[in-house]
Design a protein around this ligand. Structure first.
Ligand code: GDP
Ligand code: MN
Length: 367
C-alpha cells in the first residue's frame, strides 16, 4: 500500500549522525509509557534503550500510566533508569471502562465470540479498555495537560540507532502532527466494520481524500453491479465496494501532537466511534484508529515517517536501509517481509541511521 506511492510521503529529518542536542531548547514534550506493575522488567529495558540512544542528552520527562496504582518496585526501578523528571499516574476509571451507553451483556457476548474466533486479545476485556484509552483518552489525563507532544514507548521495545537530533523540535519545525516508524497489516477480524463506518463518516463530513487515505484503500475495479453486491455482502467495504487494505501505523511507537487529538475534529470522530461500540463489539486497535483518523483529518505533509530510526517491538523490527538497498528492491516501504538482513546492512557506514546495531534475534525485518 504505502510502497505503491510513487514518492514517499516525506524525507527523513536527518541522515547519519549529528551533534546531539545538549544545549538546544527543548520542546513542550514528554515521553509516555502505559504499563502494568508486572511489566517492570520490560519497562526498565525499554527506558534504558531510549536513554542510551537519546534521552541522556535531552532529559525529557517521562510519564508512566497504569490503570492500577504503581507499586514501589516499579516506581523505584523506573526512577533509577530515567534521566528526566518522572511521574507515575493512575488512570481514572471512566477512561478505562466501557462507554455507558453500551449494553454490557451484548459486549460480553461479543468478546466471547471474538475469543472463539481467535481474534488476538479479543476475549480480554482489559485489552479493549487499553485500545479505547489509547484512542480517546490518554491526552486528557491531568498529568499530560501541560504537554503538547508525546513519544509513546512500550515495555520491551528497543531503539537500535543513536537519535542525535530532537524529534519533537524537528516535527514542530516541519509542521508535522503524527510520526511513525513501522507500517504493517492488521488482521481484519479485529475491525471488520471499521473502514465502512469511517468511510461513511468521511463522506458525510466531506473530508478531502488524501494520498495517504488512498494508499490505505483497495479500490474495487469490478463493474458497478458487482461492486454493489460486494458492498452489500462484505462488511469491510464502503458503498462503492472499496475496502481497507488493513495497512496501519504500528502505534506502539508514535510521536505526535496532542493538540491534534484535543481538537474538535478528532474528538468528534472518536465519540462517533465510541458511540458505535466497536471498541468492544469488535476489537478495534488504537493503531488503525490513529492511522485512519490521520489519513482522514491530517494533510499528507503533516505525517512523518522516521525512516532513519532503528526500532524493534518483538516480533518485528525496522532497520533504516540505504538508498542503494532500496533501489535493489530488497526492501519495500511498508511491506512485511521475512528476510535475512543483507550483508551490506551490517556495515555501519552503509546505514542511513546513526551507529545502528543490527540484531539477528528477530526473524522479521520490516521496511
Ligand atoms: P501488543 O503490543 O498489542 O501485543 O500489546 P501489549 O501487551 O504490548 O500492550 C500494549 C500497551 O498497553 C503496552 O504498553 C502495555 O504495557 C499496555 N497494557 C496492555 N494491557 C494493559 C493493562 O491491562 N493495564 C495496563 N496498565 N497496561 C496495559
Ligand atoms: Mn506491545
Amino acid at each position: 500500500p504505502l510502497e505503491t506511492l510513487a514518492e514517499p510521503l516525506d524525507k527523513p529529518f536527518a541522515t547519519g549522525c549529528r551533534n546531539p542536542p545538549i544545549d538546544a531548547p527543548r520542546a513542550n514534550a514528554t515521553l509516555l509509557m502505559l504499563a502494568r506493575n508486572s511489566d517492570v522488567n520490560g519497562a526498565v529495558a525499554a527506558i534504558r534503550s531510549v536513554e542510551d540512544r537519546f534521552n541522556h542528552w535531552a532529559h525529557y520527562p517521562i510519564i508512566f500510566l497504569n490503570d492500577e496504582p504503581f507499586n514501589s518496585t516499579f516506581t523505584t526501578a523506573l526512577s533509577s533508569v530515567s534521566s528526566g523528571e518522572v511521574t507515575f499516574a493512575t488512570i481514572p476509571r471512566g477512561m478505562w471502562s466501557m462507554p455507558s451507553q453500551l449494553n454490557n451483556e451484548r459486549a460480553q457476548k461479543a468478546m466471547v465470540f471474538q475469543k472463539d474466533h481467535k481474534v488476538p486479545y479479543g476475549g480480554m476485556e482489559s485489552y479493549h479498555h487499553m485500545c479505547r484509552f489509547n484512542s480517546g483518552f490518554f491526552y486528557d489525563m491531568a498529568e499530560l495537560q501541560k504537554y503538547r507532544w508525546y513519544w509513546r514507548i512500550e515495555p520491551n521495545v528497543r531503539f537500535t540507532c543513536d537519535i542525535t537530533y530532537d524529534p519533537f523540535i524537528e516535527m514542530q519545525r516541519a509542521g508535522k502532527k503524527y510520526g511513525y516508524i513501522i507500517a504493517l497489516w492488521e488482521l481484519i477480524g479485529t475491525a471488520p466494520t471499521l473502514y465502512r463506518k469511517l468511510s461513511d463518516y468521511k463522506t458525510l463530513h466531506s473530508f478531502p481524500t488524501t494520498r495517504l487515505w488512498s494508499a490505505l484503500i483497495k479500490r474495487s475495479i469490478a463493474p458497478w453491479p458487482i461492486r454493489k453486491m460486494l458492498a452489500l455482502t462484505q462488511r469491510n467495504r464502503n458503498s462503492a465496494g472499496d475496502k481497507w487494505n488493513t495497512c496501519h501505523f504500528w502505534s506502539n511507537f508514535e510521536i505526535a501532537d496532542m493538540d491534534w487529538y484535543r481538537g474538535p475534529e478528532y474528538r468528534n470522530l472518536f465519540s462517533f466511534l465510541d458511540q458505535d461500540g466497536g471498541f468492544y463489539l469488535e476489537r478495534w486497535g488504537d493503531a488503525p484508529i490513529h492511522t485512519l483518523a490521520a489519513a482522514m483529518l491530517l494533510k499528507d505533509s503533516e505525517i512523518h515517517h522516521f525512516r532513519d530510526w532503528g526500532y524493534s517491538h518483538p516480533p518485528f523490527q525496522y532497520i533504516p536501509a540505504t538508498p542503494k538497498l532500496r533501489k535493489k528492491g530488497d526492501w519495500k516501504l511498508g511491506e512485511l517481509q521475512n528476510v535475512r538482513v543483507p550483508e551490506e546492512v551490517r556495515e555501519r557506514n552503509e546505514m542511513r541511521g546513526c551507529n545502528c546495531e543490527v540484531s539477528f534475534e528477530l526473524s522479521s525485518v520490516i521496511h
